[in-house]
Structure formats: structure tokens, C-alpha cells
Design a protein around this ligand. Structure first.
Ligand code: C2E
Ligand code: CA
Ligand code: CA
Length: 390
């Protein structure tokens, strides 16, 4: 089974007719790269099924699948538009994985889904453990539906600490928590991607924005020190039509100044839709809502984009911080990232700092702020208020 990775976006820009035209070109290209006796069918939307008969050896499906992925990567031309595509492929083998079409297709779908989650543009063969993963995902998806109405979500806050000059908590990041009715706790790393895939993320994200604003108002009423709170935003959420209005509405109804809200968006999300996001981030900046690029260093940005992005902060991903002390090369990399950010007028936050050794190194390299277990884990709103009290 082969699924196109970014097809929805194509439909959005080319319109449905352009999308249809592209699907035909994709089908032609797939067919041209398949053995003669292979059967190619469109399963639905942007999913194709391929049946290979009489496989001679176990390498053959891999070779064919990789050939298809390479073929897809060559650009497509539709009217004036150049389209770049990639695909994710899941493979099942008969009779090992099943002997009827229904179970072979179901398992190919699981393998394809694994290929997508592993970063797209790749091939995965069905493995027994995918069944358990798929069941777990299904269970999460089903219970996500009612999580909001059952009030199973809450937000924790992790302090951001200034490390140059006087050490001080200067803000926090809101992190979503989910405890299901059976008491099981599910990490946002697990449920956020599922919420994104099944279209729950806007609703959940809106709930996070409202709760954070409500919390800010409550801190104000309780006389706590008021500091900016950063909220993680998924790309889909940022691109929804009324995103800016939602932020504005939640701040205004509680009479909160805009600088108390910041948003964090991952570098890889930003890069997926660089033009639209740049424009949106500009609007946020005009409003006075600061933006941070999250997980910086993992998303392959091009520096020319970075220069034009209306962004106040770069958050260096934990993996760089962890490796920084192990090798001079990684140390130099972090130093360069910090200098780059400063040259562009941005502040730098190091994420996931756990040790005094990393902290000292970061102070020495000129990093502005640190977030990590060394200062505090994510904590409740009242704990943060106590911690931040002068
Ligand atoms: P993130 O934005 O990169 O958040 C930082 C993650 O690192 C958090 O994990 C935090 O608990 C963890 N962390 C912080 N300091 C340390 C440390 O010193 N050591 C270690 N080992 N970990 C540390 P968490 O809370 O599990 O969140 C995971 C991810 O889920 C977040 O990564 C963010 O991408 C996403 N997420 C969380 N809340 C939301 C939300 O409300 N909306 C969206 N769209 N995504 C969210
Ligand atoms: Ca974040
Ligand atoms: Ca991060």
C-alpha cells in the first residue's frame, strides 16, 4: 500500500481538479515503474494498492518499493505549478502475513502508518508488534473523543529560567497532561500526533489556550507574579482560519495583555508551510504575541528563511544539549546556534537541561534561558506561583 505524504496540501493549493490531475500522473508514474504483471489500484483518496504476483526472492518487494519512492520524488508539473511529492509504503507478504485480501490490506495499512510515523518517504514491512501499536492507537483515538467532555485534561507549567546575570524565573511553558478515566496517564508525545491525525487537535488546542488564559487571570486575582506563558501549537492549529481571533478573544475577555501569551511552534512544522506561517507569525508579532521556534536544530531550516521569520526566540533541542559535553564538535555547534540567534536578534532557550555541567557550559556559551529538570519539572499552577514568588 502506498500513501502520498503531503497530498492534502496539494488539494488546498491546486484545487480538487488539479488534485485529480496529479493523482492520474502519480498513477501513470507508478505503473511505469512496476513489473508488467503487477496490479495497481487506487484504494481511496491518495492511497494506492499494488499487488505483486510471483515474487522471486525476498529482496524484490524492497527494490520495487524503493524504485517507486524514487520515481515519486521527481517533480510533477501541473499547469504552471511544480509539485514535489513523496510517499510512504507498507508491505505485507502472503502467505506469511495472511491469505485473504482483507487481512493483507489491513496489515499493509498498519505498516504504511508506521512508515509515516517513522518520518515518511520510506518503506516498512508488516511486523507482528504493529498490531499492538495499532490497537493502542485505536484505543487512544476512541478515548480522545470524550477526554475533553470528561475533563481528563489538565495543564502543567515548566519554568523558564534566565541564566545570564541574576538568575530568575521569567516565564513558563504550558504542557498538556491527560489522565484517562481508568487512571492511565498518556504522554502528549503519544496522543498529540493522534489528535492531529484524526482532527481533534484544534479543539484540544483551543481548550489549552482557554485554560492557560484562565490560569493567568487566576494568578492575577491571587496576587501571584504574572509572567508570560508559552503554549505549544500544532501546525494544523496555527493554520486554522480563526487562530489569531481565538487568541485575541481569550486574552480580551479576561482583560489580559498580549505579551503574557507566547506560542511555540516546532521548526519542522514551520518549514512545512513556510510562506503561510511567516505571514501568520507576522500578524502575531504585530499583536505583541511572541513566537518561539521549538526543537530547533532538528528541522533542517534554511538560514535564508530564518532571517525573515518574525520570531523572538529559538529553543535548542535537548539532543544538542545532551551531546554538547560529549564532543567538541557538538559544543561548537551549540555555540554557533547561539551566535546565529543573537545575530538575528533572537533569544536562546536551552531545553531539557539536567546537569550542572551542561548549565555551566550554557552560561559560558552565552545562552539566555534554560528549561529543564535541573531547575524544575513541569509543575502545577499553584506550585509555579510559590516558586516564582520573590
Ligand atoms: P516540547 O514542547 O519539546 O516540550 C518539552 C518536553 O521536554 C516536555 O515533555 C517536558 O516535560 C520535557 N522536559 C523538560 N525538561 C526536561 C529535562 O530536563 N529532561 C527531560 N528528559 N525532559 C524534559 P512532555 O510534557 O512530555 O511534552 C512532550 C511534547 O508534547 C512537547 O514537547 C510538545 O511538543 C507536545 N505538547 C505538550 N503539550 C502540548 C500542547 O498543549 N499542544 C501541542 N500541540 N503539543 C503539546
Ligand atoms: Ca515546546
Ligand atoms: Ca521542544
Amino acid at each position: 500500500m502506498i500513501d502520498l505524504d503531503v497530498f492534502k496540501h496539494v488539494n488546498d493549493t491546486l484545487g480538487v481538479e488539479g488534485g485529480d490531475c496529479l493523482l492520474k500522473l502519480v498513477a501513470e508514474r507508478l505503473e511505469a515503474n512496476l513489473p508488467r504483471d503487477a496490479l495497481l489500484a487506487r484504494q481511496n483518496a491518495d492511497e494506492f494498492l499494488i499487488l505483486l504476483r510471483a515474487i522471486r526472492n525476498s529482496f524484490e518487494p524492497t527494490l520495487i518499493a524503493e524504485k517507486l519512492l524514487t520515481a515519486l520524488q521527481e517533480r510533477f508539473v501541473i499547469g504552471q505549478e511544480l509539485i514535489h511529492l513523496s510517499g510512504s509504503i507498507g508491505v505485507t507478504l502472503a502467505p506469511a502475513d495472511g491469505t485473504d485480501a482483507e487481512s493483507l490490506i489491513r496489515k499493509a495499512d498498519m505498516a504504511m502508518s508506521q512508515a509515516k510515523q517513522a518520518g515518511k518517504n520510506r518503506v516498512k514491512f508488516f511486523a507482528q508488534e504493529y498490531e499492538a501499536i495499532a490497537n493502542q492507537r485505536l484505543s487512544i483515538r476512541n478515548s480522545l473523543r470524550s477526554a475533553l467532555t470528561n475533563q481528563e485534561f489538565f495543564v502543567e507549567f515548566q519554568p523558564k529560567v534566565r541564566i545570564q546575570g541574576e538568575r530568575e524565573i521569567i516565564g513558563s511553558e504550558a504542557l498538556l497532561r491527560w489522565v484517562r478515566s481508568d487512571g492511565s496517564r498518556i504522554s502528549p508525545l503519544q496522543f498529540i500526533p493522534i489528535a492531529e491525525e484524526y482532527g481533534f487537535i484544534n479543539e484540544i488546542g483551543e481548550w489549552v489556550i482557554a485554560s492557560v488564559c484562565e490560569q493567568l487571570a487566576q494568578w492575577r486575582n491571587e496576587g501571584c507574579v504574572l509572567m508570560p506563558v508559552a503554549i505549544n501549537i500544532s501546525l494544523h492549529q496555527l493554520l486554522q482560519e480563526n487562530f489569531v481571533d481565538i487568541l485575541r478573544f481569550n486574552l480580551m475577555t479576561r482583560d489580559l495583555p498580549t505579551h503574557l501569551l507566547e506560542i511555540e511552534i516546532t521548526e519542522s512544522a514551520l518549514m512545512q508551510e513556510i510562506e503561510r506561517t511567516t505571514q501568520l507569525l507576522g500578524t502575531l508579532q504585530e499583536l505583541g504575541i511572541h513566537v518561539a521556534i521549538d526543537d530547533f536544530g532538528t528541522g533542517y531550516s534554511s538560514f535564508s528563511y530564518l532571517k525573515h521569520l518574525p520570531v523572538e526566540t529559538l529553543k535548542i533541542d535537548k539532543t544538542f544539549i545532551d551531546d554538547m559535553l560529549k564532543s567538541p564538535r557538538d559544543n561548537a555547534l551549540v555555540r554557533t546556534l547561539i551566535q546565529l540567534a543573537h545575530t538575528l536578534g533572537m533569544k536562546v532557550v536551552a531545553e531539557g537541561v539536567e546537569t550542572h555541567a551542561s548549565l555551566s557550559a550554557l552560561i559560558e556559551l552565552g545562552c539566555d534561558q534554560v528549561q529543564g529538570f535541573i531547575f524544575s519539572k513541569p509543575i502545577s499552577a499553584s506550585e509555579l506561583c510559590t516558586l516564582a514568588c520573590p
